[in-house]
Design a protein around this ligand. Structure first.
Ligand code: ZN
Length: 281
């Protein structure tokens, strides 16, 4: 029996938010529908945030309207705040992801709040999501380092993780937003959280800023992680981290997992076709 790995295609969010050229809504929808056809069971299709701040994702509602919605595919949107969550609910979205930064400086830059204030603000979103039967997960961004504050201690991450779990959040992403983590740290951090909180799903989100992406994926899978974010063609970045590079590429992650004997359910040839189409557009 192959161990199952779920790969979330985050290119439509993490990728497009960093591209200078804004793609047509129809092209975005086509890329997402092709990804669904390729076998992805989880896709982060957009971001409910201030459209003036991230104009490339202002059409998140319209994208959701146009994409196929097979029952077995988790279609997920990032939401910035209560306003974003209300928009997601109005659009009929069933899966949302929110985030807080391990680094306080980064959190202030991104949300204009301390990370403690952001955690407090998450409470209302958790409640509203629950009332509307929406599946909510949370990312702890910059967990493996922040360009302003440097490395984050496990104790710092754990302080946030514990509060999120206490609020009833069942899936937490330990995210390497700036691409500063190395495989040894990744193995240590994920092993720590997986053994400390066995009821919680810990998912991985890596960026390739310093070429550590795939090595970090390997370290995480060795630590027992079964859910990974990746991006078609390795698109991605971060508007608040100078020089941040893309996510690990979906094609590479699928290839590595399948070659190592894990089951992703994604057809590699079709995933490569999606990346080729992306390149073209
Ligand atoms: Zn990212």
């Amino acid at each position: 029996m192959k161990r199952k790995i779920i790969i979330t295609e985050v290119g439509p969010r993490d990728g497009f938010q960093n591209e200078k050229q804004i793609l047509d809504t129809e092209i975005k929808a086509a890329l997402i529908n092709q990804s669904i056809d390729a076998g992805f069971k989880s896709i982060e299709f957009g971001y409910f945030t201030d459209p003036d701040r991230i104009p490339a994702l202002a059409d998140t509602e319209a994208v959701y309207q146009l994409i196929n919605k097979p029952a077995d595919v988790e279609l997920k949107a990032l939401v910035e705040d209560m306003e974003g969550l209300r928009r997601a609910i109005a659009a009929g979205v069933k899966n949302v992801k929110i985030s807080v930064s391990a680094s306080n400086t980064y959190n202030l830059l991104k949300f204009q709040m301390t990370n403690d204030e952001t955690i407090e603000s998450i409470r209302d979103r958790v409640e509203l999501a629950r009332k509307n039967n929406i599946n909510l997960s949370c990312a702890v961004s910059t967990s493996f380092g922040c360009p302003y504050e440097g490395k984050m201690s496990i104790a710092t991450i754990d302080g946030i993780v514990k509060k999120l779990i206490d609020m009833g959040i069942g899936e937490i992403f330990i995210s390497d937003t700036a691409g500063m983590g190395n495989p040894r740290e990744v193995k240590e951090v994920f092993s720590y959280f997986i053994s400390k909180y066995p009821e919680t799903i810990f998912s991985a989100h890596f960026h390739n800023t310093r070429g550590m992406g795939m090595a970090n994926v390997y370290a995480a899978v060795e630590a027992g992680v079964t859910r990974f974010d990746s991006s078609f063609g390795g698109l991605g970045g971060c508007p608040y981290v100078e020089g941040a590079k893309g996510n690990v590429s979906s094609e590479d992650v699928i290839y590595m997992m399948e070659e190592m004997g894990y089951g992703t359910g994604v057809n590699l040839d079709k995933a490569i076709e999606v990346a080729r189409y992306l390149e073209k557009v």
